[in-house]
Design a protein around this ligand. Structure first.
Ligand SMILES: [Zn+2]
Length: 122
């Protein structure tokens, strides 16, 4: 549980681009080397084209050179959607923290969030 990272995600959420839903989501991912990367949801007038905060945070980490295994944890202001759970699994984070339906902070592993996860056959 990293409530400090979660508080930062809550601050970042104010920068989301969500003019259609007004549903502002923030995420902050922490790399094992201590660097952090922020993300917000970015909507589009063509609704299905919007991207989630977790994905923009992970993409920012990738742009900075991070790869699966380099990221320790992420905090998100909302429960990750199914697609993001697959992304979180891909990057092998140790911990995913967000607020549950009652507003309480909870932490899980990506495998907890997506059991029997699909993997590309080796
Ligand atoms: Zn998502």
């Amino acid at each position: 549980m990293n409530e400090e990272l979660l508080a930062r995600a809550e601050a970042v959420a104010a920068r989301a681009y969500a003019p259609y839903s007004n549903y502002f989501v923030g995420a902050v991912v922490r790399a094992r080397d201590g660097r952090t990367f922020e993300g917000v949801n970015v909507e589009n007038a063509a609704y299905p084209l919007g991207v989630c905060a977790e994905k923009t945070a992970l993409a920012a980490a990738v742009v900075a050179g991070c790869r699966p295994g380099d990221l320790a944890e992420i905090a998100i202001t909302a429960s990750p959607c199914g697609g993001c759970r697959q992304w979180l699994y891909e990057f092998r984070l140790d911990q995913v923290t967000f607020r549950d339906g009652n507003g309480e902070p909870v932490s899980y592993t990506p495998a907890d969030l997506l059991p029997e996860t699909w993997d590309l056959p080796a």
